[in-house]
Design a protein around this ligand. Sequence first.
Ligand code: DGL
Length: 264
Amino acid sequence: MDNRPIGLFDSGVGGLSIWRTIRKLLPDESLDFLADSGHVPYGEKSTAELCDLASRITRFLLDGDAKLVVVACNTATVHALAHLRETFPQTPFVGVVPVVKTLSSRTRTGTIAVLSTPATSSSEYLAGLIREFAPDKEVVNVGCDGLENMVEAGEVRTRATTALLERHLAPVKASRADVVGLGCTHFPFLRHRIKNMLGPGVRVYDPSRPVARRVRQLLEERDELASNAAPRFRFYTTGDADLVQMVARKLLRTTAPRVKHVEI
Ligand code: DGL
C-alpha cells in the first residue's frame, strides 16, 4: 500500500479528461494535477522544448512526492516520454497516445480517423503506430490546430468552436471512416459535439479508460495502490490560476478545485 499521490500533467486543462477517469476508477488515490497553461499549446512546440518542460514538471511532481506520473497529454507523450523514462529511471510513467490499434480492430469500412494536435499528427510516433497497427487501413489523419485553445478557454459551445470543428471534421465526413480516435486529451470535452456532428454511423474513441486501467495495473504490480479514507486533490498551473479554476469547474461540472499558480 502507498498513499502518496499520483501526479498528472498536461499543457492545460485537457488532462482533466484523464484525471476524472482515474478519479472514478481509483477513488482512494490522492491526485496532484499540473496544467502547464503558461506554455500552452504544446501542439506548436519542438521536441526539445517539450522534453525540457516535461522534465521540469516531472521534477515538480516528484518534489510533491508523486509515486507515479501520468503524462496526460498525447503531444508530450509522443515527443517526451522516452526522454522522461531515461531522465527519471526510478519513476513509473504512464503516457497517452492515439488509439490506432483499437480503431484498426473496430473499423468495418477499413477507414479510420485520428484527430490530434498538429505536433502529434505530424509526429514520427503516430506514423509508427499507423505503420504497426493499421498498415492495411486508410487513415484520415487530422491535425486540428486551434481546437485545444478553445477548450483551454472554456469555449466548448461557442460559434467559433463550431466553425473550427466543422473545418476539422470535414475530411472525416468526406471519407468512409466509421471510427474516430481522439488523439488530444482536450478533445473528450468536445466528444458529444463531435459525435453529433459526425452522426450515428461513426463511433468515437477516447483513451482515458485504457490509461486509467494501465495506472491501476502498474500500481497493483508494484503493490502501491492507496487506501486513503480522504484522498487529497491538488491542482497547480503555470498560467492564470483564476482562469484555470473557472474552466476546470466548468469542464468537471463541480465547485472544486482550488488552483494554485506555480513556477516550474
Ligand atoms: N492536451 C494535449 C494533447 O493531448 C495537447 C494540447 C496542446 O496542444 O497543448 O496532445
